[in-house]
Structure formats: C-alpha cells, structure tokens
Design a binder for this molecule. Structure first.
Ligand code: SAH
Length: 348
C-alpha cells in the first residue's frame, strides 16, 4: 500500500524525500515496477510520442590518465591495446554518420592529453561547419572551467559527464585517491553555468552501491535536473580490481529508468549499450521502461573492440550502417521510430 502511495506522490509532484526514494528501491516488487513503467511510458509519450532519438557515438581514444577501479581502459590496465583516432578519422566518422541520418555526434574518450583545447576546438568547428544543424556532444571527462568554455565557444552543444555516484564515500571506493568527488560535481556545475546541455549519470550495481547511495543519485537528479542522464548496469572487466564483482541487473536498471522519467519527464534518457550487453533485449526493455535515446556506434570497426570499458561489450563487429539498421529494427519491433533530428530536450 505504502509503495503505491509513493508512486502516486512521485508522479504527481516529481519529488520524494531521500528516505522515500530508498524505500521505493528497497521494497520494490514486480507490481510496483509495472506501475512505474506504465506511468513513465505514458508521460514520455505525451512529450516525445513514439520517437526515439539517436546519437552517433565516436570513441575517439582509449588512452586515459585516470585509474577508475571499474573501467577497462584505466591507465593501469597493461593489457589494453591503446589507440587514438586522428582528427581526420573523427571527421570521417561524422561524415559517414551524417549520411546515415545522424544529427548528433558524441565524441567520447579517455582523458587523453593529446586532445588539447586546440585540437578539440578544431575538430568541433569542422564538424559544425561540415554538417550544419548538427549537435556536438563531448564526453571527455574532467577539464577546467576555461577549457570547457573554449570548447563551448568553438561550438560544442552538450557535455556528458556521469557523476558515477552522488555518495561521496561510495565515490571514493570506486576511484583512486587522486580523483575527487567534489571536483566531478564542480565540473557538472561549471558545464551548466557555461551553457551546455549537461548529462550526468551513474552505473547500476557498481561495487559497494547501496539503496541509500542510489537514493542519493535520484535526489541529485531531482535537484540538478540534467538535460540528459546516462544510466547503465555495471559490468565487470577482467583486467580491473573489480573483475570478480557481480554485474548490475536489467531489472533494477529499468526500475530506475522509470523513476528518473517520472522525476523529470522531459529528460533525455538513453537505453545504454551496457544494458544491451547484459540482456539480448536490454535496449528494448530500457525504452519500454521510459528511456528515449539510443547511441549506435560510429567508431571505425578496427578500434571498437579496443574501447572496452567492460567485458562483452556489444556492437563491436558491425559497420556503422548495420548498427543503425539493427537499432532501427529493434525500435520498430516494439512500436517506436528512430528520427533524423538533433534530438534536443523539449522544455515547456
Ligand atoms: N572519460 C570520460 C568517459 C568515460 S566512459 C569520463 O570520464 O566521463 C563512459 C562511462 O562508462 C563512464 O562514465 C562509466 O559510467 C561507464 N563505465 C565505465 N566502466 C564501466 C563498467 N565496467 N561497467 C559499466 N559502465 C562502465
């Protein structure tokens, strides 16, 4: 009974207290998940209809100075076969993506010192010039305010920087001591202040995560109101300290996707590759739980296996066109349509 009331309160007020979020997670049932899913899909339909936005993901480098304990491309992984795309290769990926109907390009990579502001600004300017009306999203980790500002001034529209966990103690268990929770949060605030559309997000089922830390993630999302929110299951990578940890579940990831949709109905919510990795129908299930974005891979096939954040990552064998067609078909099979659109957040 209590959980029904919480769901009602959430869908009417888009807000719960920290302990209420925790209760909603702790006491979840299949029945509660179904109600949340239905409400999430209904409200998403009112705003976005049956359309799903696509972002072409270009994995520009797996060289990284950081040592996040969960990540397969962490600097201590000596078995990682490192690569970096040249600016020409990146522009070529965007060209191919444009011809396939992509109007947003996401440049993601490790924190690779090669990608100075100068190098990135040139790439951003070229993409924006070559493909008028397209959006450029960056996902290149933590940088200074000045750097974010330069990239924004060069034309970058959006920035994805998952907060990873809104619980400082938990953050410290997932990262080496050189990395700081406060700095990551500061970066998100700076990005927002500069004028980017900002994405945060977290892994579901990461080691040491508790229902309380998840409740903090939800409260943070409620308060920060990110334009985008990337959540996907944690999946272990064998060359990391978390090799033996358990992976996150489809069930909890989908449950949280529905809750996030109800917290912030307009939010752009991807159904992630990680979700598709742990279940053959994972991405469809994510959309049916309230997500509205998919991110097919546009990276050159030769590097896809090397950008291995976690083991078993899907979509590493096919050409971009096949990746796009595959997702098109998957979305159609559940009654959704991928659209050729920048896919901006619909506010108001
Ligand atoms: N260097 C950039 C991009 C990181 S990779 C940055 O710092 O933002 C993008 C996301 O992949 C990360 O934010 C993390 O949430 C996710 N990720 C990394 N390792 C993972 C794993 N083992 N399982 C699931 N997701 C993982």
């Amino acid at each position: 009974m209590e959980i029904d009331n919480l769901i009602k309160k959430l869908s009417e007020t888009h807000s719960l207290s920290l302990s209420e979020y925790e209760y909603l997670i702790e006491n979840r049932t299949e029945e509660a998940a179904k109600i949340l899913r239905e409400k999430a899909v209904k409200i998403r339909r009112e705003i976005y209809g049956n359309t799903v936005f696509v972002r072409g993901l270009i994995e520009i480098s797996n060289i990284c100075k950081n040592d996040c304990l969960y990540c397969g491309i962490r600097k201590s992984n000596a078995h990682c076969d490192r690569y970096r795309l040249t600016p020409e290769e990146i522009l070529e990926c965007a060209r191919e993506g444009y011809s396939l109907g992509f109007r947003t390009f996401v440049l993601q990579g490790g924190e690779d010192a090669y990608f100075t502001d100068e190098v990135l600004c040139d790439i951003i300017r070229s993409i924006k010039q070559n493909h008028k009306g397209c959006a450029v999203t960056l996902s290149m980790g933590e940088r200074s305010y000045e750097s974010y500002k330069r990239l924004f001034d060069a034309g970058a529209d959006r920035y994805l920087l998952r907060h990873e966990t809104a619980d400082k103690e938990h953050y410290e268990k997932l990262h080496p001591k050189e990395m700081s929770f406060d700095n990551r949060m500061e970066c998100l605030k700076n990005l927002r202040e500069i004028g980017y559309q900002v994405g945060c997000g977290f892994m579901v089922g990461s080691p040491y995560q508790t229902n309380k830390s998840l409740a903090k993630d939800l409260k943070f999302i409620e308060e920060f109101k990110p334009d985008m929110c990337g959540i996907g299951p944690f999946v272990p990578h064998k060359e990391t300290p978390f090799a033996k940890e358990e992976q996150g579940t489809v069930e909890l990831t989908c449950y949280l996707l529905s809750i996030i949709r109800l917290i912030y109905p307009q939010v752009l919510l991807p159904s992630t590759t990680a979700l598709g990795t742990i279940h053959p129908m994972g991405r469809e299930m994510g959309i049916e739980a309230g997500a509205n974005v998919v991110m097919p891979n546009l990276s050159p096939v030769s590097v896809r296996k090397k950008y291995e954040l976690y083991n078993g990552k899907i979509c590493t064998g096919e050409e971009s066109a096949q990746c796009k067609d595959c997702l098109n078909q998957r979305m159609r099979s559940i009654g959704y349509e991928i659209v050729v659109d920048r896919g901006d957040i619909k506010i108001g």
